[in-house]
Design a protein around this ligand. Structure first.
Ligand SMILES: [Zn+2]
Length: 190
């Protein structure tokens, strides 16, 4: 399944994986869920499969995503949470009616109230955002060190010193940039 969607950044934290569907926010931003169909794909990969999605539901998803981004960024920088963002997150959380289901294998699965209820999926994402912004989970919100990204991510490393939202993209690019800078500084090899 993952190989079918190579351009989604999949993290272990649902809420920040969701904010990661808009990448390079401080550079040339890339929208990875530009159409309802792409949102359906993203939800499917993240265990929140829906059968369909309307344009209005996609717009609501974007609104929630930007609210989570704003609130998580404020939490990471220890600023006051923007009231409008808190309102959107809470509205999405209260409107969702997904149920947590324990499978016989001992896994958690989300059951939506209907196959087209994107609002239920957004409710799960909003609740996930609330749990990390409220500091209920083991980890710390931080901002990506890449100047063209600065995405909020949830650092669960032991030392809480993770610098990049994603090692494969932002982390790698920084490493390459530093390598190239060092190459230029050192004298040409004979
Ligand atoms: Zn980043």
């Amino acid at each position: 399944m993952r190989a079918r969607f190579p351009d989604f950044r999949l993290g272990s934290v649902l809420a920040t994986s969701f904010t990661g569907t808009l990448t390079e926010r401080r550079g040339n931003a890339v929208e990875r869920i530009p159409t309802p169909h792409r949102l359906v794909d993203w939800l499917t990969v993240n265990g929140l499969a829906v059968e369909s999605c309307t344009t209005a539901q996609l717009e609501r998803a974007w609104e929630l995503r930007e609210a989570i981004h704003a609130a998580a960024t404020a939490a990471a920088t220890q600023d006051a949470l923007p009231a409008s963002a808190v309102q959107v997150i809470n509205d999405c959380s209260t409107q969702g009616r997904a149920a947590a289901i324990l499978t016989p294998e001992g896994d958690r699965r989300w059951q939506l109230s209907s196959a087209s209820c994107v609002e239920d999926a957004l409710g799960v994402i909003a609740a996930d955002a609330i749990s990390i912004i409220a500091g209920e989970r083991d980890g710390k919100l931080a901002l990506c060190a890449s100047p063209t990204c600065q995405a909020a991510f949830f650092d669960t490393s032991q030392s809480r010193t993770r610098k990049w939202c994603d090692m494969n993209t932002c982390g790698n690019r920084q490493k390459k940039a530093r390598f190239n800078a060092n190459q230029r500084k050192s004298p040409p090899a004979m």
